[in-house]
Design a protein around this ligand. Structure first.
Ligand code: C2E
Ligand code: CA
Ligand code: CA
Ligand code: CA
Length: 277
């Protein structure tokens, strides 16, 4: 842009401020969003590679801001983690997923496992597993249909305490998975210590597996390693049939991705995915 005259400093700073405000999300906005029920859970099916059956759903949060429109979780979750409001969001997510599950049951659908994402900040709270337990009781949810996804990096901070919490969740009957596997700093050796059921291979490896030999080799190694540890593997970010064939050849158990479905609203899950009892 052209800057001229004595106003140029003012002009420049005004524009910057506008840009800044447009992108700025405040902690107060997030709190207001919780209060005003601006959040919604979308669900993405997880599929058995061999049978093509839907074996579970991953709940992913969506925020429709009244003025800004949809705000990506990749944008507001890190901010919520920083301010601490993630605790309230996380609690809302777990309760909402459990309530949704119970609503579907009452409507006559078969139960289905729902995975929720839990951030490091939540997991590290000493009352986390008790909170989960009270939500399960309150919603009358069978813990065997709840799964908690924890990123590799979040277990690596405060590992010992996280393992205690994870053991506690497992004892309740909840399943656990390590999310974004391969992007973090843990070594394969750590996997043994984690009381987990599933390993989710990060989509960056999955999506480049056909183009890059190295990614294909990593995917293959991760699947073998997980199987050696008795874990089942979910590949994320499967966008086409060719990747699915590769995963099939490598004995991957489950997959998620746009090839089967994007994350969709609860009502669409009910219409397209759930089976009536
Ligand atoms: P994530 O847990 O790794 O979730 C997978 C992301 O990949 C989702 O993005 C999903 O929509 C997207 N995805 C799924 N299949 C494909 C595909 O085939 N191709 C491509 N390109 N993308 C695919 P989303 O929903 O925008 O979420 C982004 C991240 O935000 C999540 O990554 C997770 O870390 C975080 N997040 C989402 N919901 C929650 C939540 O309820 N709580 C917490 N703590 N974090 C959440
Ligand atoms: Ca996830
Ligand atoms: Ca992931
Ligand atoms: Ca991720």
């Amino acid at each position: 842009c052209k800057l001229n005259g004595r106003n140029h400093t003012l002009f420049f700073s005004e524009t910057m401020e506008e840009d800044y405000n447009e992108n700025l999300i405040l902690d107060a906005d997030i709190r207001k969003a919780l209060y005003n029920k601006e959040f919604e859970l979308y669900y993405q099916p997880q599929i058995n590679v061999i049978t093509g059956e839907v074996i579970g759903l991953e709940a992913l949060i969506r925020w429709m801001h009244p003025k800004k429109g949809p705000v990506s979780p990749a944008k507001f979750i890190p901010l919520a983690e920083e301010s601490g409001v993630i605790t309230q969001i996380g609690e809302w997510v777990i309760r909402e997923a459990c309530q949704q599950h119970q609503t579907w049951l009452k409507e006559g659908y078969e139960p289905i496992r729902i995975a929720v994402n839990v951030s490091a900040i939540e997991l590290q709270r000493t009352d986390f597993s008790e909170k989960v337990r009270s939500i399960l009781t309150e919603t009358n949810m069978d813990p065997h249909f709840l799964e908690i996804e924890i990123t590799e990096n979040s277990v690596m901070q405060n590992t010992e305490e996280c393992i205690l919490t994870m053991n506690c969740l497992r004892k309740m009957g909840i399943s656990l998975s390590i999310d974004d596997f391969g992007t973090g700093y843990s070594s394969f050796g750590y996997l043994k210590q984690f009381p987990i059921n599933y390993l989710k291979i990060d989509q960056s490896f999955v999506r480049s597996a056909l183009k890059e030999q190295s990614s294909a080799a990593i995917v293959k190694a991760m699947i073998q390693l997980a199987h050696n540890f008795g874990l089942r593997v979910v590949a994320e970010g499967v966008e086409d049939e060719a990747i699915l064939s590769l995963l099939k050849a490598e004995n991957c158990d489950f997959y998620q991705g746009y090839f089967y479905s994007k994350p969709i609203r609860a009502v669409d899950i009910k219409e397209r995915i759930l089976k009536a009892k």
